[in-house]
Design a protein around this ligand. Structure first.
Ligand code: NDP
Ligand code: MN
Length: 400
């Protein structure tokens, strides 16, 4: 994607985050600071936010503040283009001046895309598919995001991942226009995550931070956020997985730091491949990243071993040379996966030889075209993308 890659390079010496971040226990209450608005639409997923009582809390605070409230419920995991258009339609009818998205990455991402089509009904999905091509937002509403998982960091990022189920392709929409205005990191909410979700979303966050630290658009602003996120995730993810309350809270903040980093530094080919394998193999996004990360580090280490060595040193891994430190980093990620009960290869995760053989060509072609490939530290063509994917499929080392 030479054209958009060039466009994004010039934009990339920019660092954009939400204006306000509220965090801590019961941070939902800080919605009381939302003054001067009339109508809020709350976008959420299935039932988890209602079950936990968080949806009701959000509604209550908004109503106390004098806002009229409408709900848009039922955003599915890995939201579709159709859901996005249904939500935009609901927004056009209700005319909110505040959009509040509460839930995992899926409802937050869907709400971001709804926001675009609410403000610009004449736009089509194709019009906004290329990175940094979105029209100016906030002409009708501001955007508040309240994450319930500790992984995607969609509450602070310029991304929204929407799936086209007619082709099974995930499109990472990207533009600083969709960076939320307000993020609320209420550390009570991730406490209700089931173990597996905690593991998968946690590895998604780690992948964000590691890819951001080596990405071509990294900067002095993103580096410290990425490193701090990585060391905090190493400190608390396993305890968080086992349900420790404090670790869950710390993970919620750490994943957000990772998000601040990658929203500006961008990502790499672990995400390109995760975007293209997730729907085809029916494996959650974070789990794909957990499988791919060791292979991708090995592939990229040809050009940025010193950066991986920095990470290894920051988390106290042993090694006298950059090579030893990078090997130690790869080994520590595999160990982390074992502690989180994530099987290391696609094969062990139940992907059949038939399924990979049928799809590998298409996946590799699409992954090369994914916007995340443009910011990967080492260039890659379809042949090498296939090889990296095969190594991740078999759980073998990448040596080329
Ligand atoms: P989802 O939002 O897809 O949620 C997955 C499941 O977890 C849902 O069934 C949901 O239930 C449940 N759930 C969510 N929070 C809780 C909770 N606190 N307690 C109990 N259950 C809960 O998960 P993710 O956050 O992992 O988001 C994944 C999506 O985000 C993918 O589409 C991925 O591609 C995208 N993504 C976006 C990024 C970005 O920058 N925007 C970056 C990385 C990934 P229910 O529906 O009932 O609420
Ligand atoms: Mn991700």
């Amino acid at each position: 994607m030479p054209e958009t890659a060039e466009g994004s390079c010039s934009i990339m010496s920019r660092f954009t985050l939400p204006r306000d971040i509220y965090y801590g226990e019961n941070a939902i209450g800080e919605l009381k600071n939302l003054k001067g608005y009339k109508r809020a639409i709350i976008v959420t997923g299935g039932s988890s936010m209602k079950k936990g009582g968080f949806l009701q809390k959000v509604e209550a605070v908004l109503k106390e503040n004098g806002l009229q409230v409408e709900l848009f419920e039922g955003v599915e995991p890995d939201p579709s283009i159709e859901t996005v258009f249904r939500g935009a339609e609901a927004m056009r009818k209700f005319e909110p001046d505040v959009i509040v998205a509460i839930g995992g990455g899926s409802p937050i991402d869907a709400a971001k895309a709804m926001w675009v089509f609410y403000e610009y009904p004449e736009k089509t999905f194709d019009d906004i598919k290329d990175p940094f091509t979105m029209p100016k937002l906030r002409t009708k509403a501001i955007f508040v995001a309240i994450p319930s998982t500790s992984g995607t960091a969609s509450e602070v990022t310029a991304f929204s991942v929407i799936t086209d189920y007619s082709t099974n392709i995930k499109y990472p929409l990207a533009d600083f226009e969709i960076t939320p205005d307000i993020a609320i990191l209420d550390t009570d909410i991730p406490q209700t995550m089931p173990e597996k979700l905690t593991a998968h979303t946690g590895m998604d966050a780690l992948t964000h931070a590691i890819e951001a630290y080596v990405a071509t658009a990294r900067s002095d602003f993103s580096d410290p956020l990425a490193l701090k996120a990585i060391s905090d995730i190493y400190d608390c993810l396993v305890d968080s997985y086992h349900g420790d309350k404090e670790a869950r809270g710390k993970m919620h903040i750490a994943q957000c730091l990772a998000g601040m980093a990658f929203s500006n530094a961008l990502l790499g080919i672990a995400h390109s491949l995760a975007h293209k394998t997730g729907a085809v193999f029916d494996i959650p996004h974070g789990c794909c990243n957990a499988i791919l990360l060791p292979s991708v580090i090995q592939y990229n280490s040809r050009v940025c071993m010193d950066r991986y060595a920095d990470i290894a040193k920051a988390i106290g891994l042993p090694g006298a040379t950059d090579k030893q430190l990078t090997d130690a980093l790869v080994e520590s990620i595999k160990e982390l996966n074992r502690k989180l009960d994530i099987k290391q290869s696609y094969k062990e995760n139940g992907v059949s030889e038939e399924l990979i053989n049928q799809n590998i060509e298409k996946i590799a072609e699409n992954a090369v075209k994914d916007p995340c490939t443009a910011s990967n530290p080492r260039e890659i063509d379809v042949e090498n993308m296939k090889k990296v994917l095969l190594c991740a499929y078999n759980g073998e080392d990448v040596t080329f």
